[in-house]
Design a protein around this ligand. Structure first.
Ligand code: AMP
Length: 440
């Protein structure tokens, strides 16, 4: 009998021990939460400031939602979708991005009947069976903004401006690469032109690029294969195919960006891979004066004016959206040395001696927590010395010490960690007293 061969990468087979993570997946540990919280806080605040409302979308959707919108010929759908049949036989997929879902939700909840544009934001994990490397994972988080129900170019510019503010607040210098794809027809005509241009050089193309030529010719423009940079120089540029309306639209976006002092570069070869884009498309990258993680984009977006009608919604619903990759933002911040305290600030540390003190300690701890005083403990430790060391390590200003005697007397010892001075106080009054002392 012929031996069964597995088409799995040997690296992958080796790593399928159950006590290890799946390749391309990560745990985000407590030490990293401060930086994650900071990024999410800025994203949430800016979204709200610009009247975007939060939407929480499911991770699983019908598979054909992604196939029909992102496009069957794209890598995301063809190679990277985590898709399976569920127990009921439905073909489902884990979302590789959220724009298609947003469009679905907009139609499904009749948001067309609300004042337009409807502005939505999300923050959540996406899944793509990508080749893992620095800044590229199979589960990654995106902050996304989508404005549906208007094709006004001011929305394009405002979206870019919000993202620019986001990076500025986080301490990163970025540049937007920007282009216009025109209408669906423009794109179709342009693709034909592109194919006939690259066909002349078919022999020079790599195998990968030959495939792109037949399957997804626009991707040729992103190609990093050898020799492509030279071939691209004389390739037709989509800007020459733009219809007048799209040209006007694009000019306005640029004018608004100039006005708002956003750093951008026109990139005639930026096309973005997905089928649903039209008119404005952009990507955001680190400016050259910031250390670059890899040459990867931190985020990207564009218009998808035809997506809603394509999904069965009403005509003439223009829309624009963008998504920022959170892991890449954090990586860039770390590379630039933008760090955050690893632990929360602790003002008070509770120390106990003996079982009765521990039991009473649970209640004392609760009183402080309710009064919003930041307090920590080490109930698992026995010796006072070890507990005071822990208090010191966490930077507590005050240590509370409760022993057998204090429990009986209903008192507690308050120790100033700097001077070492101690005072015995009534346990019922300790919260107020400590609060006052901390305010000094
Ligand atoms: P896209 O929808 O492909 O334009 O992705 C938008 C942003 O999400 C990118 O610019 C990245 O920052 C981030 N991103 C996309 N794919 C990955 C991935 N596999 N791992 C980490 N971040 C990703």
């Amino acid at each position: 009998m012929p031996k069964k061969t597995s088409n799995k990468d040997p690296e992958e087979v080796k790593k399928t021990k159950i006590q290890t993570l799946l390749r391309g997946f990560r745990d985000i540990l407590p030490e990293e939460q401060a930086i994650w919280d900071r990024v999410e806080e800025v994203a949430a605040r800016l979204s709200n400031d610009y009247s975007y409302g939060r939407i929480r979308l499911p991770i699983l959707e019908k598979r054909n939602l992604f196939e029909r919108t992102i496009g069957k010929g794209t890598d995301i759908v063809e190679k990277e979708l985590f898709a399976f049949e569920d127990q009921g036989g439905d073909k489902v997929a884990m979302r590789p991005e959220a724009t298609a879902q947003i469009a679905r939700a907009y139609i499904e909840h009749g948001m067309i009947n609300k004042p337009q544009p409807v502005k939505l934001w999300y923050f959540g994990p996406m899944f793509r069976y990508d080749r893992p490397q620095a800044g590229r994972y199979r589960q990654f988080w995106q902050w996304g903004l989508e404005a549906l129900g208007s094709d006004d170019s001011i929305l394009d510019a405002q979206l870019i401006l919000i993202i620019d503010r986001f990076f500025k607040e986080l301490g990163l210098n970025v540049v937007f690469k920007i282009n216009s794809l025109g209408t669906v027809e423009t794109r179709r005509e342009y693709v034909m032109e592109l194919v006939s241009y690259f066909k002349q050089f078919r022999k020079k193309l790599s195998e990968v690029d030959k495939k792109r030529l037949t399957k997804n010719p626009l991707r040729l423009l992103d190609s990093k294969e050898e020799g492509m940079a030279e071939l691209k120089v004389d390739a037709p540029q989509i800007v020459d195919w733009l219809d007048d309306d799209s040209k006007q639209h694009f000019m306005k976006v640029i004018e608004y960006l100039d006005e708002a002092d956003v750093a951008y570069e026109l990139d005639p070869f930026l096309v973005r891979g997905l089928d649903y884009y039209n008119r404005t498309v952009f990507e955001v990258v680190l400016a050259s004066d910031d250390n670059s993680v890899a040459q990867n984009a931190l985020g990207g977006g564009g218009r998808y004016d035809d997506l809603i009608p394509q999904l069965g919604g009403r005509e003439e619903v223009g829309a624009i959206g963008a998504a920022i990759g959170i892991e890449r933002v954090i990586l860039a911040m770390k590379e630039k040395g933008i760090e955050f305290p690893k632990q929360r600030k602790v003002d008070v540390f509770f120390c106990q001696l003996g079982d009765a003190a521990r039991r009473k300690g649970l209640l004392v701890f609760e009183e402080f927590r309710k009064a919003s005083v930041s307090i920590a403990e080490a109930f698992g430790k026995g010796s006072l010395k070890a507990q005071l060391e822990a208090a010191d390590k966490q930077g507590a200003k005050i240590a509370l010490i409760l022993g057998q005697k204090e429990v009986l007397d209903e008192t507690i010892i308050v120790r100033d960690m700097d001077s070492g001075a101690q005072e015995i106080v009534d346990v019922k009054k300790v919260v107020e007293m400590v609060k006052k002392q901390l305010q000094k």
